[in-house]
Design a binder for this molecule. Structure first.
Ligand SMILES: Cc1cc2nc3c(=O)[nH]c(=O)nc-3n(C[C@H](O)[C@H](O)[C@H](O)COP(=O)(O)OP(=O)(O)OC[C@H]3O[C@@H](n4cnc5c(N)ncnc54)[C@H](O)[C@@H]3O)c2cc1C
Length: 312
């Protein structure tokens, strides 16, 4: 039997696809084929397919909104699971949000919680992310205007999550388990799969929250290229405290620099956009060019923030 047949046999399903091009499932619109591909439509299904792949020793990659990864041109060997476990609900007794890990933070969840008069997530309006990807990276953005005095992090509202460990144990873990940091959580190394999560919200005035949402969308419109016409993954390089990766790149005069179909946008020196024909190879080449130039001219080492997935 092939891996596809063995997986379908265990799952009792004939929904395992093969050779699916991943580019359209990422915000960069880049990436070759997944050998095997499965869309998980609930947390239960996500758990079953992860368990089946592990039992069969088929390597797997869990794809959320595809907003923080660069998938190689040669694609991904093994199984890519697209997380479409998108159910969520609000517990009006406790003001908690209970969400499956594939739910979309903006606009789906934020619109619902703001309408319900619950605060805690409105700061992340405009950022493409699933709940799972947001936990993985500890989603963050500036506090509301006009002060914008600090960075807010998703960890501030996380109560607990249900995870599937690499050993196959399903358990509930508290906030502290994640060891959240800047662009950081234990998920980077643990191999855990988040199935669902609970967030503590606070009652607030929907009108005030709507104004924060609008201000943050406007902030993005002014500074970021729009995803529908200029695909990107947001910031390419990690923040350098007190200096800013974008500022260093700008100082080296690299805005507008293009390799193949990938260009450093004039709007923001830390964002690369796909001009339509961009490949993962072009991105890697441009990353290398920027790192070398910035290191030579400023002495700083830039580290990519985006994760590299599959074969290049
Ligand atoms: C235009 C633009 C603007 C952005 N602005 C910001 C910003 O202001 N602040 C910010 O913090 N980020 C920002 N980002 C980055 C990105 O939106 C976040 O990192 C987001 O949380 C990624 O979520 P995702 O669902 O797309 O994850 P993906 O890119 O699909 O996956 C990222 C990683 O998370 C893992 N993962 C996903 N789901 C799970 C799960 N259920 N369990 C375990 N692991 C999982 C994946 O396997 C992968 O390793 C921006 C991106 C873009 C394109």
């Amino acid at each position: 039997m092939t891996d596809k047949e063995r997986l379908e046999h265990i799952l009792g399903e004939s929904r395992v696809a093969h050779d699916i091009i991943l580019a359209p499932l990422t915000t960069f619109q880049i990436g070759g084929p997944a050998d095997l591909f499965f869309e998980a439509s609930s947390a239960e299904e996500l758990m079953r397919v992860v368990t089946a792949a592990r039992d069969l020793s088929i390597p797997l990659f869990l794809l959320g909104r595809g907003a923080n990864i660069l998938i190689g041109d040669k694609g991904v060997r093994g199984l890519v699971i697209h997380n479409k476990a998108m159910r969520f609900e609000i517990d009006t007794e406790t003001d908690q949000l209970l969400s499956e890990s594939g739910a979309i933070v903006w606009p789906d969840i934020i619109n619902k919680v703001v309408d319900a008069g619950l605060s805690g997530l409105e700061h992340y309006a405009g950022i493409p992310s699933t709940v799972g990807g947001a936990l993985w990276q500890n989603l963050h953005f500036l506090s509301p205007p006009p002060e914008r005095e600090r960075t807010m992090f998703l960890e501030e509202v996380v109560v607990s999550a249900q995870i599937l460990t690499p050993a196959g144990e399903r358990k509930t873990v508290p906030n502290e388990y994640f060891e959240f940091g800047y662009d950081q959580s234990i998920l980077h190394t643990s191999g855990d799969i988040v199935l669902s999560a609970i967030f503590q919200m606070e009652k607030a005035d929907p009108t005030r929250m709507r104004s924060i949402v609008e201000a943050n969308l406007e902030w993005r419109r002014d500074r970021h290229p729009p995803l529908d016409t200029e695909p990107s993954v947001g910031s390419i390089f990690k923040k350098i405290e007190g200096i800013g990766a974008g500022r260093l790149i700008d100082e080296c005069g690299l805005k507008g620099k293009q390799i193949g179909g990938i260009e450093i946008t004039h709007r923001h020196a830390n964002i690369m956009v796909n001009r339509g024909t961009g490949t993962a190879r072009d991105v890697l080449d441009l990353i290398e060019f920027v790192r070398e130039t910035v290191s030579r001219e400023t002495g700083y080492d830039l580290e990519p923030e985006v994760s590299f997935v599959g074969e290049f």
